[in-house]
Design a protein around this ligand. Structure first.
Ligand code: ACO
Length: 379
């Protein structure tokens, strides 16, 4: 093939629109993110995560009656069956929590008699079930790896307060609940990111919702995607304190390392979600009295952005926020799963409603056709 005839390759599908979505709109020019038309900052300031989850699935914010019925349902589904706990307990204590969450979701799918029913109603039911149960799974994993027992969910608490209750076994204070809820809202949805696209690819084959969510969890684990919030904390541990930022960056950039928590495929001038999560982090820093952490956070962000022109993404403020709340670093990405399951499942429903098998082309650049050598057989 001559060079002229070579088709264009869109490596990483960068800049390629592959389908319509009515769920969210990312606008890099204006650094804005809309869920079903509403700016995410306004949702974070005025709504709970339960309301935002409802919005993503049903397309409209709930009225008080709809919200009450939705919350009742979610609260009643929070507990884990004995078998799910048994499966989690069978996993090595040092397994990565993302592997534990992926396995638990896969098991719930295998055990759900409704799995083969792919009607929109059945799929929405499964989505709400996973939304309700993921806090129990993630909170239990936070405890299990620290040698602690499972804490039963409380139906008198909202989503975020209950999540923190199940993780730490004590009632959280309001500033912590608010910051956690904001992080869940900001993490809930972000159009055709790698994990959501994975879920849509799996759905496009007519596989079930649990398979799609399990695949999405796998895609989210990588440090170029959700795993970055965990990696941010490892970087903070390496740097130590604000005064070491310059020397640490000299070495890291000299070694051509990627600095996790910075950069974005779509936003090139700053992530629209960062200012809201930054404000939540500042409130936590005040609550926990940890100005040293904010100094390190600010020094690294300012210095790296000044040197490379690359801005922090949502994982940058959320990593230290989860650290202050008391979560183990390895639990940060599972927290992202608990939030993003809302967006994933909204996309699964949307993909299924107007499906086309997702199957791109490749351009072969291996050996030209050749004959298999015929070997002489020994007499
Ligand atoms: N640290 C150092 N250099 C970076 C970073 C970074 N975090 N991000 C981008 N760059 C550099 C690249 O090395 C590349 O430089 P080059 O042109 O000299 O080779 C250039 O900027 C373009 O970067 P790409 O990786 O090609 O851009 P892409 O759009 O593919 O990447 C990505 C986006 C993967 C998020 C990237 O910025 C990155 O790896 N960031 C770190 C991981 C991270 O924080 N991921 C979280 C994403 S947001 C989320 O999941 C909530």
């Amino acid at each position: 093939m001559t060079d002229d005839a070579k088709p264009e390759i869109y490596k990483g599908l960068a800049g390629v629109p592959v389908d319509y979505t009515a769920i969210s709109k990312v606008n890099p020019e204006t650094n804005s993110l809309l869920y079903r038309g509403y700016p995410v900052q306004e949702l974070a300031a005025n709504c709970t995560f339960e309301e935002v989850a409802y919005l993503l699935w049903y397309g409209e914010l709930p009225d008080p009656e709809q919200l009450g019925a939705f919350e009742d349902r979610e609260r009643s589904l929070r507990g884990l069956d004995h078998d799910v706990k048994k499966v989690i307990d069978a996993l090595p204590i040092d397994a990565h929590p993302m592997d534990v969450v992926r396995t638990a979701v896969s098991f719930i799918g295998a055990a759900d008699p409704a799995t083969p029913d792919e009607s929109p109603e059945a799929n929405l039911d499964k989505a709400i079930r996973l939304f309700a149960k993921l806090p129990s799974i993630v909170a239990y994993e936070q405890r299990r790896r620290n040698g602690l027992h499972y804490v039963e969910p409380r139906e008198d608490l909202g989503y975020s307060a209950n999540f923190l209750w199940q993780a730490f076994g004590e009632l959280p204070e309001l500033p912590v609940v608010s910051a956690f809820d904001v992080s869940m809202i900001l993490y809930a949805e972000h159009s055709f990111n790698a994990s959501t696209f994975t879920a849509r690819v799996i759905t496009s084959t007519l596989a079930d919702l649990y398979s799609a969510v399990t695949g999405a969890i796998g895609a989210l684990k990588g440090p170029l995607h959700g795993g970055a919030n965990e990696a941010v904390m490892h970087i903070f541990d390496e740097v130590g304190s604000a005064e070491h930022v310059g020397a640490w960056l000299d070495e890291a950039l000299g070694a051509k390392r990627k600095i996790m928590g910075f950069g974005h495929r779509v936003y090139k001038h700053g992530d629209s979600r960062v200012p809201t999560m930054h404000a939540a982090l500042v409130s936590l820093v005040e609550y926990y009295d940890r100005p040293d952490l904010l100094e390190l956070y600010t020094a690294l962000a300012d210095e790296f952005t000044a040197r490379k022109g690359i801005h922090p993404n949502l994982d940058y403020p959320s990593g230290p926020a989860y650290h202050l709340m008391g979560f183990d670093t390895e639990i940060f990405t599972p927290l992202f799963v608990a939030a993003r399951v809302t967006g994933w499942t909204a996309h699964i429903l949307e993909q299924a409603a107007a499906n086309a098998l997702i199957r791109p082309l490749s351009v072969y650049n291996g050996e030209d056709q050749r004959a298999v050598p015929v070997r002489e057989t020994a007499e």
